[in-house]
Design a binder for this molecule. Structure first.
Ligand code: MN
Ligand code: MN
Length: 298
């Protein structure tokens, strides 16, 4: 028997975050259509998270076609959706307890690539239980995506979720790997298969709109100091968007903070052959007889 209390406050807050996320994800999916603005969709989602009693755990990621992760609109972003593959990755926290979930909306006519990552996620969650090895989860994901004739993105992984920490151990691989960790009751992990019709690796692009605190340190520049005050008070170590900063010159403040290694950026990750990427993700709590997906719609 495990002595983890799955009814305790921390798990209740994880569930609350997951419920808010599922609600907002459903509403946002309905707003993604040709001609709709990226910025309007991201801000709608983030506002709804706050209205429902949560906080965004990271900026809503809107990744198009070969983009796999870490894309979010800038402050004056004028982009609109076309006939594209659109990954929406959403994070919610309640007092630092997190939920992380992603879905792909396909307007490009590549349903099977979307199905590949969705079915891989379901197959993976089917085997999550105490004692399962992370490598077994990766093997199931790889097998399903392979069965569709696509490749998993192997250098992106699922992950544990901690208090105010979006990425903790263990990694949940998207392919069979020998190095492995056993999951236990009470673990909160995000499982997130990515499927691509390319070779299955992402590389860093040049755009950067998402940042996070690296280490706290005093800064002399007033504009940068104001930004840092907001970051430490509001976002702590969670990722934030340039457009979330209330200072007069957010770009300058961030460049200064980055130069001093106070803040680091997350460059947009793109499939290295420029091929399409789909993604599906749920956050789960490992229970005595399996797992509970906190971010599933009910
Ligand atoms: Mn995510
Ligand atoms: Mn994740």
């Amino acid at each position: 028997m495990s002595d983890v209390d799955l009814e305790s406050e921390q798990y209740e807050k994880c569930r609350e975050a997951g419920e808010i996320l599922a609600q907002v994800r459903g509403e946002v999916v309905d707003r993604v259509e040709v001609g709709a603005g990226h910025l309007a969709v991201a801000e709608y989602a983030e506002d709804r998270i706050r209205e429902l009693g949560g906080q965004p755990a990271f900026p809503v990621n809107i990744s198009i076609d070969e983009e796999a992760a870490h894309a979010t609109p800038g402050p004056d972003d004028g982009a609109t959706f076309g006939e594209e593959m659109i990954n929406l990755d959403i994070g919610v926290h309640v007092d630092g307890w997190l939920a992380d979930s992603a879905v792909t909306v396909d307007l490009s006519g590549n349903d099977d690539l979307v199905e590949a990552s969705a079915e891989a996620l379901e197959a993976a969650l089917d085997i999550v239980e105490p004692g399962v090895e992370t490598g077994e989860i990766g093997a199931v994901i790889e097998e399903v995506i392979d069965g569709y004739g696509f490749n998993p993105v192997v250098n992106l992984t699922g992950h544990g979720l901690g208090h105010w920490e979006q990425h903790t151990a263990p990694n949940i691989p998207n392919r069979a790997v020998s190095q492995s960790v056993e999951l236990s009751v009470g673990d909160v992990v995000a499982v997130e298969p990515f499927a691509t019709d390319g070779r299955g690796k992402v590389k860093e692009g040049s755009d950067e709109e998402i940042f996070a605190l690296e280490r706290e340190q005093s800064v002399r520049d007033r504009n940068a100091r104001e930004a840092l005050d907001q970051i430490t008070a509001e976002f702590r170590t969670l990722p934030f968007a340039r457009r979330w900063l209330d200072v007069s010159r957010p770009g300058m403040a961030l460049r200064r903070l980055q130069r001093n290694d106070v803040v680091h950026g997350y460059p947009v990750l793109k499939e290295e052959d420029g091929r399409l990427v789909s993604q599906k993700e749920h956050t789960v709590i490992v229970t005595p007889d399996g797992c509970e997906a906190t971010t599933r719609s009910r």
